[in-house]
Design a protein around this ligand. Structure first.
Ligand code: SF4
Length: 84
């Protein structure tokens, strides 16, 4: 399980989540930020600070936003930036 960044991030990209993530698993994509589901420890810190409520726990993602989990998985298949 992991947290997922959904559509409200697109065009917003506030990046508050990046600053609070204790394991640095949030990276910037072209149109939105993405959480690496393999590294996320489900702490919820990002969800609490997101100004547009774009972040959901995987089980709570609205059905119409579920594609964003797959989008994150696809993003990290090719992402080679530093996640530490
Ligand atoms: Fe990072 Fe915690 Fe958000 Fe996962 S839930 S992305 S570990 S801040």
């Amino acid at each position: 399980m992991a947290f997922v960044i959904t559509s409200p991030c697109i065009g917003e990209k506030a990046a508050d989540c990046v600053d609070v993530c204790p394991v640095d698993c949030i990276a910037e994509g072209e149109d939105q930020f993405f959480i690496d589901p393999d590294i996320c420890i489900d702490c919820g810190a990002c969800e609490a600070v997101c100004p547009v409520q774009a972040i959901y726990y995987e089980e709570d993602v609205p059905p119409e936003e579920l594609k964003y989990l797959q989008k994150a998985i696809e993003f990290y298949k090719t992402y080679e930036g530093e996640t530490n």
